[in-house]
Design a protein. Structure first.
Ligand SMILES: Cc1ncc(COP(=O)(O)O)c(C=O)c1O
Ligand SMILES: Cc1ncc(COP(=O)(O)O)c(C=O)c1O
Lengths: 406, 142, 406, 142
């Protein structure tokens, strides 16, 4: 078990109240997580003591800032079990990471008639880049269907991989249903045919141990703000084998080796992919988030949040007229649900009045909602600072919602 | 139930939500316009004719939250058979109310049920969804 | 005059010392500026009290965060005199802003045989995107030459604009020479031929009033970290007329209107250009930087820093064997210089030992350095928190450098 | 002048900077290799022959800061006529010194002039520029 009182003290926002004086019950962790003082103070401390541009600075601040920045790259490497620091590219977030792959890998490796395979539960960030790439290249986008339980069928993965398939892209954990996808199996199947796999890890990193080496994925993208770190920073892991083939994504300072007016040659990896001044403070803050997660332990975090989320799914399912949307065998920290006759936005607004923050809508998975024939869901998502008491508060509030509409 | 909740989901809203007025498709309507809120996914159609300057046979159909649905329902009850100028006038008054301006003129009482939504800026668009579409249509027709 | 003591207290880093106990004299402001407590505390406060994802949140934190984010867009609009909030796109920095234009505007508006006109003093970020776009599109990149004083000739601008020229891109202020370019005149000339102009404002914003409306530029890019704001955030201004023609740059959440597996339609401006979770805290911090700059006054800042920089140029030019590189008529806050026989990196290292932070190298303007036949320069750049006393310390230290090598 | 400065720009460095040894182009050298530091712009060429295992006629030319130039100059004085293994040995010792490890073996005294550079991590590459290129070349020749 975690020492919850201690942990909650690390997150100052958890003592916020809403306008009616109701205490915040933050259950919107899938949208963004809260930040511990350790992260907030690291960012302040960076600006107060070490702020400088990096890589080219000879002065002591430049040296300090560069060290903090590059040490975080090592931390990230170790955190996700990558082999090389070169494989760690700092980006704005999951969305930019996937766009980078779609642009750089996509432009060289996808051509007319090729196929890209994704699942039907992907976040728009792991759907639209591939959809638009396919349109542009006259390639095809294939969709692995999602069962009413919110799961994919591993046989369908096999059968939908063709000789023309050039990439498989799949979310580690579904942000709208909570499904933990069988990414290891998908990767094995794809690799048997020599096809690289991109994993959208936005909902996994920070909630469970993730090891890109044992997963053997080829691309892995995640966001700092969803793992208790700062907004504006994320990571794209690219396996060395693909990295060296990829052309730069953006052009500018820090990513070149040599330039004339006519042409440019590009810097070593990974700097080639980090054009311009990066979010230095964001990177340093991300490092603090990793340290913080280590200090609690990711195995513990996984056990605790999955238990909490199962408790939530079970408890909410006892409410009359409430359906849990997605009943996967393996569930992350997310539970989606709907009332028969009450719109998710009305649910969320009434909960908001009670200080409970959940999300309502299509959760950037519109086509999934269309395929399930629902306009959206209410979604509650936990983190390790939540507890069963908060779930009970949610439960009571949802019963009150029902009463208002009856 | 707290007072806040009572006032936010006022009984007027709840009534129009569970029993929306003029809630029907009419494919032979002279005008069919869409009211879509990409943020929420709320999606209604407004059906009506224009006889000269008069809005007639106004109905709506579609899917949305209690707030957008009840607001659209009230829109149809208030404005069927009214002149375009009357719609514009009421719409202006309504927008004033929703932006928190002091109320000088008379406004149909049902609309005051939506004032607590002011405290939830993310939901204002739900209140005005049907109204905005009709305004936009009328502006484009000028 | 500014109240320097008060201002310096706002910047905690200014009391840092180096390993030898020498007090920091920060003259590397062109690389990145330092941040006042007002900015640092705003970021902390955001994370401690308002952190949430934006735009789709119904709960109170979501409302607060969205309001803070979108209010900053209004602040930026007013700060640079834009007409519409839609014209303000949040990006990572100048580099990403220019890349966005090169990609979105470039892909639709530049074709075989077209020409793009830039100056010879552009930062790599305003050179390589155009160079690579030109290569890709079989278009041509034309270069306005830079005089030995470090200036462009306005007649050459006229003569280098042809019927095939589709874009002019020019820095407001040169980051390696300090030259304030005659952007108004360039824009007038280009507009007479109906050609849009992009201005790289990285070195101008925060150091002088900038008004995109009176400049009448079509694109204007700048970085938060160079205007006393956070790293990882910047702004691209695009005039409405061009904005509506431009296709999205990255694809993902927050930038769509409606999506199916087959296709997507895109959100209203400016959200169409802000895919994924943005750097929310960075944006809010940028707003605090704007407030801070307003509280001092940009006219005062301009007068003060330009005076300081002229003082510096004059004083350093009295050192024997030291050449000022670039002697423009109008100088921003930057002075580049070289000793006859001492390498810029050696200069910078010796100054570092004395606590003085300057930059040495090509300053991401390699082709300019090649054209001037120098490997780089030492560059000292001031901000409104510097003073003449610090320039005098620099002067004495440079004399010491000369002594070491003699 | 502070003690720090004295030691950082040691007279050995200053001497080799103002009067670099074996500073000449030799286009007919058996091997010409480039030493380029994209961060600083330092750019040297090393010219040498290999007689079996022996490095001979070692010279260098190009442009760089005092540290990279003096280090390259010392490299040529120390290693001309030496065996490849000796270079590797000295290079390893030198790298140990520069990474702050305690010194067990004897190392040519001139090289100790560079130890203060350890405090300036951004400049270490300047010290090792020529050495690294030679190492890389020898590794690729294996
Ligand atoms: C003139 C100029 N343009 C562009 C840039 C790039 O800005 P950033 O690195 O913040 O993207 C800089 C900063 O180095 C600059 O000085
Ligand atoms: C599964 C998944 N993928 C991608 C994203 C996009 O992440 P970001 O908005 O941080 O780029 C999210 C976050 O909403 C997500 O949940």
């Amino acid at each position: 078990m975690l020492s919850l009182t201690q942990i909650r003290e690390d997150f100052p926002i958890l003592s916020r109240t809403n306008k009616s004086g109701e205490k915040l019950v933050y259950l919107d962790n899938a949208a963004t997580t809260q930040k511990p003082n350790q992260v907030i103070d690291t960012i302040s401390n960076f600006y107060k003591n070490h702020n400088s541009n990096i890589h080219r600075g000879i002065h002591f601040l430049g040296v300090e800032a560069t060290e903090l920045y590059e040490n975080t790259r090592k931390k990230v490497r170790d955190f996700i079990g990558a082999n090389h620091t070169e494989e760690i590219i700092f980006v704005r977030g999951t969305t930019e990471g996937i766009n980078l792959v779609a642009s750089s890998f996509g432009s060289s490796s996808i051509t007319v008639g090729d196929r890209i395979l994704i699942t039907g539960m992907e976040h728009h960030s792991n759907l639209i880049p591939w959809q638009q790439l396919a349109r542009q290249k006259k390639a095809h986008l294939d969709i692995i269907s999602v069962s009413s339980n919110g799961e994919i069928n591993i046989e369908e993965v096999s059968s939908k991989i063709t000789n023309d398939t050039k990439l498989v892209a799949i979310s580690h954990i579904s942000n709208s249903l909570g499904t933990i996808n069988p990414v290891e199996e998908v990767i094995q199947i794809a690799h048997r045919r020599g096809i690289p796999v991109l994993v959208d890890g936005a909902q996994a990193v920070g909630h469970q141990p993730v090891n890109v080496n044992s997963l053997d994925c080829d691309f892995y993208a995640f966001s700092g703000h969803k793992m208790f770190g700062p907004t504006g920073i994320g990571v794209l892991y690219v396996k060395e084998e693909y990295l060296s083939q990829m052309s730069p994504y953006q052009f500018g300072g820090e990513m070149i080796r040599s330039v004339t007016y006519e042409d440019a040659s590009f810097a070593d990896l990974p700097h080639r992919f980090e054009a311009g001044t990066p979010d230095i403070a964001g990177v340093v803050g991300l490092g603090a988030a990793i340290d913080y997660l280590h200090s609690i332990g990711l195995d513990k975090i996984k056990a605790y949040t999955e238990d909490l989320s199962l408790y939530m799914a079970k408890k909410l399912s006892t409410i009359e007229d409430l359906q849990i949307i997605g009943k996967p065998q393996f569930r992350g920290s997310i539970v989606s649900f709907n009332f028969d006759q009450i719109h998710p936005h009305d649910v969320a607004t009434i909960l908001d009045e009670k200080g409970i923050a959940i999300r309502a809508g299509h959760h950037c998975t519109m086509p999934l909602m269309q395929s399930m024939n629902i306009p959206g869901t209410s979604r509650a998502s936990v983190a390790f600072y939540n507890d069963k008491n908060e779930i009970d508060i949610l439960y009571e509030a949802l019963k009150a919602v029902k009463n208002i509409f009856n | 139930m707290s007072d806040n909740l009572k006032s936010l989901y006022h009984e007027v809203i709840l009534k129009h939500n569970s029993d929306p007025q003029n809630f029907k498709k009419r494919e032979d309507a002279k005008y069919i316009i869409e009211a879509y809120n990409p943020v929420c996914g709320d999606q209604f159609k407004l059906y009506f004719d224009l006889d000269g300057n008069t809005i007639s046979n106004l109905s709506f159909h579609g899917y949305g939250c209690a707030i957008s649905k009840s607001s659209a329902s009230i829109l149809t009850t208030l404005l069927n058979g009214k002149k375009v100028e009357e719609f514009i006038n009421i719409n202006d008054l309504f927008n004033n109310v929703l932006s928190g301006k002091p109320l000088n003129d008379k406004i149909p009482e049902e609309l005051l049920a939506f004032t607590p939504v002011i405290a939830h800026p993310g939901r204002i668009k739900c209140v005005t969804l049907g109204w905005d579409s009709l305004t936009e249509f009328l502006n484009s027709e000028k």
